[in-house]
Design a protein around this ligand. Structure first.
Ligand code: IPM
Ligand code: MN
Length: 354
């Protein structure tokens, strides 16, 4: 097949991990006879520096002419001034919203071989395999707001419509049907009106269309505990934009390193944005210490969800597992004092496995 991919390296370690994932995708293209075209564009802090905007119009038009986006990370101390009018994060929020990518898929698996990097006992980690479905274009991230300005107050609003909850719940239930048939829906229905709407809508969606899937409604505060005390009981976790953001970072400790985790942001069609869950890590940028796994696995998700290339996606995922099984490690998952592969060498090992 032929596909055009918009590549948005962004800031910090973004360019390093993206560069490696592009070589992995090129390897997939040559091995399986596909043609991938890569078009690079600006987003985040680098975009602010060069154009004054975190999401320049040229980036939007490049992305509009492509089949999928591969994104590194945005942000860094250079642009962190609290009174700055433009922030790198606006680029990311803007592109999610522009393409209405309302469903953010974040799979989290525990790798028993990396259990020494988690604060949990190894026995809690076996069979941990969950998928976060995070609502991504609504809620408090996009609700009515007021900046402080010259006044002594500021606010953000958590606002959800039935339709916004329905469409993301659909994604979660359908994913659960292909997995262990359980959805844990996270809310704060004991306090928040928006979350009572959330719970009621999720219940109705299940009753109407997905009676074969078990649903549990979990209050977000309790969920933070259960992720640590009974992680293997979670299959699909459906959460609002804000709760999903927080909980998926918490769950990442189960995997051993934030650097391992991929994500896909999808709308109603096949177009998607793929990015690692980790941030721009400016403290280690340019040193070959970044873990490319999260981005490589995001590229695998692109093959699966945007291009319907399941075999190729599996080949990439298997290659990553094989390299890890061989004992190869990146800096973040290497035992103290032991040697590790650079970002590039780890990716090369993955390519050899493919
Ligand atoms: C994430 C990030 C973003 C978010 C930031 C960088 C805007 O934390 O993708 O999880 O909060 O969604
Ligand atoms: Mn986050």
């Amino acid at each position: 097949m032929k596909a055009t991919i918009t590549v948005l390296p962004g800031d910090g370690i973004g360019p390093e991990v993206i560069g490696q994932s592009v070589t992995v995708l090129s390897k997939v293209a040559s091995k399986y006879n596909h043609e991938f075209m890569f078009n690079e564009a600006l987003i985040g802090g680098v975009a602010i520096d060069k154009t004054g905007s975190a999401l320049p119009p040229e980036t939007i038009s490049t992305a509009e002419q492509s089949d999928a986006i591969l994104l590194g990370a945005v942000g860094g101390p250079k642009w962190d001034n609290p009174s700055a009018a433009v922030r790198p994060e606006q680029g990311l929020l803007g592109i999610r919203r522009h393409f209405e990518l309302f469903a953010n898929l974040r799979p989290v698996k525990a790798y028993p071989a990396l259990s020494q990097f988690t604060p949990l006992r190894e026995e809690l980690l076996s069979d941990v395999d969950m998928l976060f479905v995070r609502e991504l274009t609504g809620g408090i991230y996009f609700g009515p707001r007021k900046e402080q300005g010259a006044s002594d107050s500021a606010y953000d609003t958590e606002l959800y419509t039935v339709n916004e909850v329905k469409r993301v719940a659909d994604v979660a239930f359908r994913a659960a049907q292909g997995r262990r048939k359980k959805v844990s829906s996270i809310d704060k229905a004991n306090v928040l009106a928006s979350m009572r709407l959330w719970r009621k809508t999720v219940t109705e969606v299940r009753e109407e269309l997905y009676a074969d899937v078990e649903v549990e409604h979990v209050l977000v505060d309790a969920c933070t505990m259960y992720l640590m005390t009974r992680p293997r009981t979670f299959d699909v976790i459906l959460a609002s934009n804000m709760f999903g953001d927080i909980l998926s970072d918490e769950a990442s400790v189960l995997a051993g390193s934030l650097g391992m985790l991929p994500s896909a942001s999808l709308g109603s069609g096949t177009f998607g944005l793929y990015e690692p869950v980790h941030g721009s890590a400016p403290d280690i940028a340019g040193q070959g210490k970044a873990n490319p796994i999260g981005t490589i696995l995001s590229a695998a998700m692109m093959l699966r969800h945007s291009f319907n290339l399941e075999q190729e996606a599996k080949a990439v995922e298997q290659a990553v597992e094989n390299v890890l099984a061989s004992g190869a490690r990146t800096a973040d998952i290497a035992p103290r004092g032991s040697s590790y592969l650079s970002t590039m060498d780890f990716a090369q090992a993955v390519i050899e496995q493919i």
